[in-house]
Structure formats: C-alpha cells, structure tokens
Ligand binder design. Structure first.
Ligand SMILES: *[C@@H]1O[C@H](CO)[C@@H](O)[C@H](O)[C@H]1NC(C)=O
Length: 441
C-alpha cells in the first residue's frame, strides 16, 4: 500500500521536505572508488549514493497526504515556508525500482526512464556520500579526478552530467534549524544558476509565490534560489555522445546561500547576470572551439565505447587554481584535449588567459572574470551525477554550435518513448594529487 503511494507520489512531482519520513526504508546504492596518493598507489574507498531531496516523496509527517503534488503545494498543510517545513516529511527512496539507479562494484548506472509498477520516473540526481549522512567532499585544487564513462546508450536531448558544487557537507542540517533531514535525505542543493525549482531552501519550504510551470506538470519556480560555486566536470553540450564541456562557474560568495527573485539572476530574472555567481562560466567544449571531428561516434574519442575522463586542477605559484586540464584515455591510448581552432583563442585547457580571450572571441559578456575567474578553491566540493531531461535548460545560454543534435531534439514526450532505454554508466572513480590517478605520457 505505502509503496504504491510512495511511487505515485514520487513520480507525480519532484518533491522535497525537511522532516524525516519513515514510510520507505532507504538503502543507498554502494560503490567503491579509489583514493590515490602522490606516489601513485590507490586504495579502495567504500562510497555510496543518495538521491537529491527534490526527487523524493514529501508528505504530511503524520500520514500519507502529499505536501506537494504535481507542481502544486497543498496550502492546507503548507500555509507558509516555516510551517510547511515542520509539517512535512521527506521520505526514503527505492533506488532501483523507482529511479532506475543501480550500482555494481565500482560502477553506477543511471537509467533515464524507469517504469515502476505504478508509474514512470524520469531522471535523477545522485550525490556521492561519505558514510550515510555526509556528502563526500573533495578539494579540487592541486588534485585530479578520473572516471570512466559509457555514453553509448545516451542520445540527443538527455543530460548525463557530473558536477562538483560547494554544498554544505551535512546538507544544511546544522545551519538551518528547519532542516531535520540533512544530507541523509539529499538536502542542500545549490549551484551557480541558483536553481529556483527547489521545494525547500535553508530549511523552509518555497511555497509562497510559487509559480507552477505552464509546460511541465512536475515543475514550478519559487521566489528563492540556492547559490554556490559549481564546476561542471562532465557536462554534455547538446548531446552526450556528440559534444561535451567542462566549465567552472565562480561566485563572489563562498558556500551555499539563498537568493531571492531578480537577485538570483539566471533564466527567471530580468537580468541574467544579477546574481552572485556566473551562470555562463568559462567552458571548454571542443565542438564550440571549432573542433568538430574529434569527439563523437567513431571519432578520436569514440563515444560508442567506454572511455576515461581525466580532469586536473593545477595549482599556480600564487597558490590559486591556475589551469584546468583535460585528458581522455581510450583503448590504452592517452588523448590530450583538443586544440581550439578559434581565431584569437588558442589553447586546449582553461586558464585565466584562455577564458579572457574566449569571451572576446565569442563576444560574450565576461561575467566569469567579474565573479572571480578561476576561483581560489580553498573550500571543498562534493559531486553529483545527473540523468535528466534538460527541460530546465537555459534558453538564453549562448547555444551557437555546441553540438550537432537537431534543435528540435530533446522533446521530453518523444524521448520518453523513443529513448526509454537510454542510460549512462560511470565507473572506476579515482581521486588524488596531480599525477596520481593516471599515467601521463
Ligand atoms: C491537503 O491537506 C489536507 C490536510 O492534511 C487534506 O485534508 C487534503 O485532502 C489535502 N488536499 C489534497 C488535494 O491532497
């Protein structure tokens, strides 16, 4: 009975709340990853994943009534943000059956469309955990991060991405008294676009001034958003198997904080750049940098087969992040990132100089430098892995030539049936000091 309700409710909308619900027992999918040392030896770490609070069933903490259903709040239980947070509970998740997220050994598989017994779920957002109730934090500066990815079963219009963001390690549990759930239930989401579709921010529901989406029955936009610095380590341009980008998004503030209305910037504000973070970032997307025959099916990095992605966060003499370098490894062959062919914007890595020249070459506003450029990464970041439809994709993002998918691709309803078996598999995660996770030739 309750699993039926839970499934229905979870699928009826991306829901979240801040008390702890006990209707569904939660078992995190476990995955090993490797921590490497400067000498190059790596040892296994037992990690686990958790699904973000916005994906979960939220209900009256004393019963089964949904606090949020489809894209509307129940305003009887949720009169305002504070009372809603104290009346509603976020519940446990069934990872395989509801969300299509499974692990095996050192691999994580995310399916896009999961047909449960009672309804269908689309997409998920998983966070890497350190134990059951803390996010796994990584200090990127001076370190490198390596993983294998298989995007061969991932087509146009789907987003299989890997990010790091400076969320609170405990999901905001200790900072916000209204948040009783914490990282154990996937709370505390934030990024540089300051997402405004979150149901709970800073331990309060976003019920006041909630605007239901006119074209997405499961989404809405609230008055508040949740900011923090973001590093997109693995982000598909317009298609996972056609183009890919890595992109730092700096902020003028450190850590998670709440923004309000037009102060959030981004898609839903009059001024896209009014927030404290850079919504565009400085991206390296080979396709956009003019190299269009290197990453894709049958190309130098052949996306019909598994490959390794290496990202290095180099520390400059000033002690700050000076450069972000990318390598690929496939069939035992190390492939350096591709040289940009854009006039006046050479290079194959991100550095302050590259970013400055890119903004000029593409005639983009240089918000990146204004918000701090390659930021001083003195705080830790945690990772999340996405499998979503980019229904919330920013229509204003400079989209010129980021990938070769038809612009009409990515219509959710079409994908749901035509690409129901699409999936992304991440495996063999390694993290450690520069030079420790793979052999550079
Ligand atoms: C809203 O919550 C109230 C109080 O729990 C409940 O009686 C009512 O049925 C709910 N409405 C909907 C549409 O679920």
């Amino acid at each position: 009975m309750f699993s039926q309700l839970a499934a229905l409710a979870a699928l009826a909308g991306f829901v979240a709340a801040q008390q702890v619900g006990k209707k569904t027992t939660e078992t995190h999918p476990k995955m090993t990853w490797q921590k490497c040392t400067a000498g190059g030896s790596c040892s296994n770490v037992n990690g686990e994943f958790i699904i973000g609070a916005n994906w979960r069933w939220v209900h009256d903490k004393n019963g089964y009534t949904n606090c949020y259903n489809g894209n509307t709040w129940n305003t009887t239980i949720c009169k305002d943000g504070k009372s809603c947070a104290s009346n509603c509970a976020v519940d446990g998740a069934s990872y395989a059956s509801t969300y299509g997220a499974t692990t095996s050994g050192n691999a994580l598989r995310l399916k896009f469309v999961q047909k449960g017994d009672y309804s269908t779920n689309i997409g998920s957002r998983l966070y890497m955990m350190n134990g059951a109730s803390k996010y796994q934090m990584y200090t990127l500066l001076g370190n490198e991060f390596t993983f294998d990815v298989d995007v061969s079963k991932l087509g146009c219009g789907l987003n299989g991405a890997l990010y790091s963001v400076s969320m609170d390690e405990d999901g905001g549990l200790s900072k916000y008294s209204g948040n009783k759930a914490g990282a154990k239930y996937g709370t505390g989401c934030c990024d540089a676009q300051c997402p405004r579709d979150l149901k709970f921010i800073n331990g309060e529901a976003t019920v006041g001034d909630w605007k239901e989406s006119t074209n997405d029955p499961n989404a809405g936009v609230g008055k508040y958003g949740s900011f923090c610095t973001e590093m997109d380590i693995w982000y598909p341009g317009e298609a996972n198997s056609i183009s890919t980008a890595f992109t730092p998004h700096p902020c003028t503030t450190t850590g998670q904080h709440r923004c309000e209305g037009d102060g959030c910037g981004g898609t839903y504000s009059d001024d896209r750049y009014s927030g404290t973070c850079d919504p565009d970032g400085c991206d390296f997307n080979s396709y956009r940098q003019g190299v269009r025959d290197v990453y894709g099916p049958g190309m130098t990095v052949d996306t019909t087969k598994k490959f390794t992605v290496v990202t290095k966060f180099l520390k400059g003499s000033s002690g700050q992040l000076s450069e972000i370098k990318r390598f690929y490894v496939q069939n035992g062959k190390v492939i350096s990132n591709f040289e940009s062919t854009i006039d006046g914007n050479p290079g194959n890595s991100l550095s302050p100089e590259f970013c400055e020249k890119q903004k000029v070459a593409f005639n983009d506003a240089d918000i990146f430098a204004n918000k701090g450029g390659l930021w001083d990464d003195h705080y830790a970041n945690m990772l999340w892995l996405d499998s979503t439809f980019p229904v919330d994709a920013d229509p204003q993002a400079p989209g010129k030539g980021r990938g070769s998918c038809e612009t009409s691709s990515g219509v959710p309803v079409e994908i749901e049936s035509a690409q129901a078996n699409n999936q992304v598999v991440y495996s063999n995660f390694k993290f450690g000091p520069i030079g420790s996770t793979f052999k550079q030739p």
